[in-house]
Structures are given as structure tokens and as C-alpha cells.
Design a protein around this ligand. Structure first.
Ligand SMILES: Cc1ncc(COP(=O)(O)O)c(C=O)c1O
Length: 369
């Protein structure tokens, strides 16, 4: 029996960093700095510098950061936010938590990101923000969307949860909109040893209010200026993220190298391969292939010990939780087709060339059957 290749190999990543992680966690224990604390402050500085932003506010999850981003823009009941139906559900949670309505716009078939050509017709006087996602680590086409934002005076928020270090026209994403939000869920390109997230911005008043909202709506302890949340990052996560951030540029390079091998060696198969747009350098959080026989292909990979995943099998407008929005099958055909065809292959930095070759061989065998 040949070796099993997991979809994501967390133990391999941890093994490679174990000494440094042990030291970082021991430091947190010695300091007793469990909620925020010096390692979180240092990580905020380091991550802001990495993104090229003035402010980074660390959260207990990407979902919390997105929620606060919506609140900072004054999104509330009766408002609308234009967004993509083809993403992880948390993008829409942020809108729903504020009592507002996600207004979906279909994606482009090639990049699977929000289609800028379709945005304008979805805008109404109630539109409070545009919230696209840099899906799978690839920047959405920012300039045409920013152009709409400027003309319509609507703020842009980047959901960069999957796109640490991705670039748009040579610049790291995260400072094109009013704010951007990151997730440090363990399996992300930069993942904590637990949950984590961040809001990044160049806007000082937003940053100050985000810090207060994160901590029970208080800037001075026990004096609560507004209703707030307990959305603080744990000290241990700041410490472990500090260790991992140093490796991120090298990890992103390795992800890109793996993607290049896949693209070259799978080009003679009937698969639709990821399309890297001319403006983007993807961080390849996911390497997503597409085929109408996706379910059979997944079974074949499973049977041969190759892990894979579906991001995402059901677009948000067809999720049970959003039935009340009144969308129906056929409303967003490009997203629906992507949901039927997408399959993510292993693409983590610890994957060896030999493992990549084996994934390719197993896929090729499927098409020879
Ligand atoms: C696109 C997107 N947005 C938001 C989130 C939410 O982040 P978290 O899981 O850290 O709450 C995630 C990740 O899980 C995501 O992939």
C-alpha cells in the first residue's frame, strides 16, 4: 500500500517548528499573559508591517474581525452589503450579525472571485459596503471594484482570510479597501495554534474603535462607551503566530512552486486548472481543480490515499440558513457550477515533490480508467 497523503498535514508543520513554539508557549505561561498581552502587541506590529498597513488589531477569529469591520462602517438592520455567494459562510455571517442583508453577485468562471461587471446593478440606496473575498488566496480584481466604490461612495472591505501575502499588481493585498480581515484558523496559510483573526487598516479612528469594540466597548477598564464584545486574541496565539509569521514568505513561495508543478503536469488532462489572473500572484491557500465528474474523482483520490476537499459544495444563496433571502437555484449559475465541480488538492509547504508527483499520477490514472 502506498503512502497516504493528507489534504493538510498539521503535525508536519508543527514538528518543523516545535522548539520555537514550545519556547513561545512557555513564555506566555511564565508571563501569565493569556488575553492579549505583549506577544499579541508584537504580532500586531509585525503583521501590520508585513501587510504594509498602519494598524493591525488582533481578534479571536476572522469572523469576529469581519463582524467588527461591518459595525465600524455602521452596517445595521435594513442595510445591504454586496458580496459573493461562493465563499466560506463567515463572510456573510458578518453582515447577518449586524441585522443587514447579504446581496449576492455572481463570480467569474476563471478566478471564481466576485465578477466586477455584475456589481453595479446590485447596488441600491441601502448598500452600505462591498465585501469581496480573495478566494483561495488569489486577489479579486480590485481596481474596477474600487472605481465603483469611489463613484458610488461605498466603502470596500477585503475578506483576506485566505490570502496572507497574496499580491495585486505587485502590492500585498489588505490595504486597498477601508479595512481588510484575516483569519488565523490553524489550516490557513498563517495559522494559530487555535483560533485567531485580525483587522488591518490605515484608518486611525477605525483602528481605535476596533480595539475598544474588541474589549467590551471600553478604552479604560470598566468604563464602557458602547456595547462591545469579548473578541480578544489569546496571548498564546499571539506568541505562536509570531513564530510562524517569519516563515510565511518562504511558505508562500513553496505553495506557488507546488501549484506550478500541478499546472504543468496536469495540463494534458481534461481538468479545468486554476487561472492565475495577470494582476494577481496567488498565495494558493487552495489549489482548486474543476471537473464535471468531481464526485467520482474525489472517491478515486480517497481510494488511493490522496486527501482532497470541496471548497465549497453549496453556495451561500442555496444554504438552508439563508432560505429567507428568497434566492433559488439558477440565480448565480457560475457559482453553482463551481460548487458542483471544485476539488481542492493538497498544496501545503511541507508537501514533498515526490508526494506532488504521486497526487498527479493518481489523477492521471482516473482519466485513463
Ligand atoms: C473567506 C473566509 N472568510 C472568513 C473566514 C472566517 O475566519 P475564522 O474561521 O477565523 O472565523 C474564513 C475562514 O474560516 C474564510 O475562509
Amino acid at each position: 500500500m502506498s503512502e497516504t497523503i493528507p489534504y493538510f498535514d498539521m503535525p508536519a508543520q508543527i514538528r518543523s517548528l516545535r522548539k520555537d513554539l514550545d519556547a513561545a508557549i512557555a513564555r506566555t505561561l511564565d508571563q501569565g499573559s493569556f488575553c492579549l498581552g505583549p506577544d499579541v502587541v508584537q504580532f500586531e506590529k509585525d503583521f501590520a508591517k508585513y501587510i504594509g498597513a498602519e494598524h493591525c488589531i488582533a481578534f479571536n477569529s476572522g469572523t469576529s474581525a469581519l463582524h467588527i469591520a461591518m459595525l465600524l462602517l455602521g452596517v445595521g438592520p435594513g442595510d445591504e452589503v454586496v458580496t459573493t455567494p461562493f465563499t466560506f459562510v463567515a463572510t456573510s455571517w458578518a453582515i447577518s450579525y449586524c441585522g443587514a442583508k447579504p446581496v449576492y453577485v455572481d463570480i467569474e468562471d476563471g478566478t471564481m472571485n466576485l465578477d466586477p461587471k455584475l456589481i453595479e446593478r446590485a447596488i441600491t440606496p441601502r448598500t452600505k459596503a462591498i465585501l469581496p473575498v480573495h478566494l483561495y488566496g488569489q486577489s479579486f480584481d480590485i481596481d474596477p471594484i474600487l472605481d465603483i466604490c469611489r463613484r458610488k461612495k461605498i466603502p470596500l472591505v477585503e475578506d483576506a482570510a485566505q490570502a496572507h501575502g497574496a499580491t495585486y499588481k505587485g502590492k500585498i493585498v489588505g490595504t486597498f479597501g477601508e479595512m481588510s480581515c484575516y483569519s488565523f484558523y490553524p489550516a490557513k496559510n498563517l495559522g494559530a495554534c487555535g483560533e485567531g483573526g485580525a483587522l488591518v487598516t490605515n484608518n486611525a479612528p477605525y483602528a481605535a474603535r476596533a480595539r475598544s469594540l474588541r474589549e467590551h466597548g471600553a478604552t479604560v477598564r470598566y468604563y464602557h462607551d458602547e456595547i462591545g464584545y469579548n473578541y480578544r486574541m489569546e496571548g498564546i496565539q499571539g506568541a505562536t503566530l509570531g513564530v510562524k509569521l517569519k516563515h510565511l514568505p518562504k511558505w508562500t513561495e513553496r505553495r506557488r512552486a507546488i501549484a506550478k508543478i500541478y499546472c504543468e503536469l496536469l495540463s494534458d488532462t481534461p481538468l479545468q486548472l486554476p487561472h492565475e489572473a495577470s494582476y494577481a500572484q496567488s498565495a494558493y491557500h487552495c489549489f482548486v481543480i474543476r471537473h464535471p465528474r468531481r464526485d467520482e474523482l474525489k472517491k478515486h483520490l480517497d481510494a488511493n490515499g490522496v486527501g482532497s476537499a470541496m471548497h465549497y459544495p453549496v453556495p451561500l444563496h442555496l444554504q438552508k440558513c439563508y432560505a429567507s433571502l428568497g434566492y433559488k437555484p439558477g440565480d448565480f449559475p457560475v457559482s453553482e457550477k463551481a460548487a458542483r465541480e471544485c476539488l481542492s488538492l493538497p498544496v501545503y509547504p511541507e508537501l514533498t515533490d515526490r508526494q506532488v508527483q504521486r497526487v498527479i499520477e493518481v489523477i492521471k490514472a482516473f482519466f485513463k480508467k
